[in-house]
Structures are given as C-alpha cells and as structure tokens.
Design a protein around this ligand. Structure first.
Ligand SMILES: [Zn+2]
Length: 297
C-alpha cells in the first residue's frame, strides 16, 4: 500500500536513518514478544505471566539475557543455566520482525496507517510460525484480527478519509461514492472478507466432495476473512494467489522427496497465506498495477 506519506525528517527534524533504526529495534522487541505468543498461545497459556523461562530447565531468564537477537548470539544459542541449546527460531523471529517492520515503515512511511501495518505484519508472523509448528491458526488470533480489521475500516475513514484503502479506487466501491465514507469502507471490508474467507471455504468444500478429505482448515478461512476485511478484495485475491503459488512449489518439492507416494502430505497452508498477505500489504498495489499494465498496450 503506497500512501500519502510525511517524511520522518520533516516531521521531527531528525535524520531519516534515526527513524529506520528506531523501527528496526522496535521490531526486534516486538519479535521477542511474538516468540512468547508463538510458544504459549497453542498451549493456551497466558502470554503475560509468568516471565520468560528456559523451555528446557524452566529457569526464568534474566532481563540482561533477554535482549532480542543479541542475547542468543552472545550465549551462542545456549541457556546460561542448563547449557541446553535454545532454538534458533527465537532470534530468527526477532530478526524477521525487525526486518519486516523496517519494510512496512519504508512502504507506508511515517503516517497514521503505520501502526495498522505493523500490527498486521506482527499478527501474520505469529500465525505463520504457529501454523508451521502446530498446524493450527488459533481463534484467539484470527478473531481479534477480524475485529481489528473492521474497526480500522470503520474508524480510519471517519478521521482520515478514504486515502488509506486501495479498494475505494476500484469496482464496486468506486460506484458508491455518494454514500457515507464509513459505510463504503465497511462494505469493502465485508466484501473483502467474503472473497478471502469464502473462496478458501469453497475450495475446501469442492475438494472435500471430490476427494473425501479435509484439505482446507477453517483456520485458513477465518484468517483470510480478517485479511480480506483489511486489505479489500483485490489485494486479498493477490494474497491467496501468491500463497497458493509459493505453497504449490514447496508442496511439489516435498511430495517429490516423499518415499511413500500414497501418503497424504499435509501442508500448513496458513504459512503461505501469511507470506502472501505480507507481500500484498507491502507491494500489492504495485504488483496489481504492473500485472494490469501488461494487458494495456
Ligand atoms: Zn535452561
């Protein structure tokens, strides 16, 4: 989403790289919190209490050993107490979140939509890693995502107008411009949700009738309902396309390496939907524009 952007420099008088440094460090700290979410939410544990502890020996981790990315490097991936290895997933999530926050800031800029982009990106990272590890997309994340998306689509247009949402510029919202902006926005959100969640649900149903197996989890449907509500129908279709494309490539690779060809290979599709949604948020409008330009001479 390319948006009207005020530069950090003109807003604060500080050089631009300060903004980038700050958002990177902020991302690393949020990544540290996402590690807790990824580890505890599937087990239905509290994400607030108790403090972080070593998953092997249970000893609580001191604040100076809990610095994102750095602590893992300094301790060489080992617990200070029991010397057991600590999964590289922890610094990986922290670094990925930091990198992604920097990309979101680069694309969205220092604007009112920045917090929305960051929350969306963080939510996708949590869902991707939970799906990879547990093959589930928990309701405690997908439902709040949908509520968040609907609130943003209701409140943002009332304060800032339509400029933050790309679906205002395309069919069918473009024909509804005589109606109140909040109504058009919510209409776009519900349409996006139905297209995102509905299309996945449909694919799952058809597959179930044809092959008699549950290919699509309801978690994927709920997740794409939330993504669709926030991004609108066009960017959501792009997310699903990008997800299916990358998922198919990885899927073919996994099946080709499988010895027993009859075995059902289960692929956590939420991972790829999450990746597709992040690419859509960052570069979706440019990708759609580029794609459409190929058909106009
Ligand atoms: Zn330990």
């Amino acid at each position: 989403m390319k948006l009207i952007t005020a530069s950090f420099e003109t807003m604060t008088g500080l050089p631009e790289f300060i903004g980038y440094t700050f958002i990177f460090l902020f991302g690393a700290a949020v990544g540290s919190f996402l590690n807790v979410v990824i580890h505890r939410v599937p087990n239905e544990e509290s994400i607030v209490f108790p403090n972080s502890a070593c998953p092997k020996c249970g000893k609580s981790i001191k604040p100076y050993d809990n610095i994102p990315i750095l602590s893992w490097l300094i301790l060489r991936g080992k617990c200070r107490n029991c010397n057991n290895t600590i999964s590289p997933r922890y610094p990986a999530v922290e670094f990925l979140t930091a990198l992604l926050f920097t990309l979101v800031y680069w694309q969205i800029g220092f604007s009112a939509f920045l917090p929305v982009g960051l929350i969306f990106a963080a939510t996708m990272i949590a869902l991707i890693f939970i799906d990879a590890e547990n093959m589930i997309l928990p309701n405690v994340i997908t439902y709040p995502l949908l509520v968040f998306a609907l609130l943003v689509r209701l409140i943002y247009p009332l304060i800032f107008g339509a400029s933050f949402f790309s679906d205002f510029k395309i069919f069918p919202l473009i024909y509804l411009q005589e109606y109140p902006v909040w109504f058009v926005s919510l209409f776009g959100a519900i349409l996006g949700g139905l297209i995102g969640g509905g299309s996945l649900w449909l694919v799952g149903e058809v597959w179930k009738r044809l092959r008699g197996v549950d290919a699509m989890g309801l978690g994927d449907v709920k997740m794409m309902f939330g993504v669709g509500a926030l991004l609108g129908w066009q960017l959501t279709l792009l997310s699903i396309f990008l997800g299916a494309f990358s998922g198919a490539i990885i899927g073919i690779f996994l099946i080709s390496r499988q010895k027993d060809k009859d075995m059902q290979t289960q692929i956590p599709f939420g991972i790829f939907l999450g990746i597709g949604s992040i690419i859509s948020l960052l570069f979706g409008e440019q990708l759609v524009k580029w794609y459409l330009s190929m058909f106009v001479a």
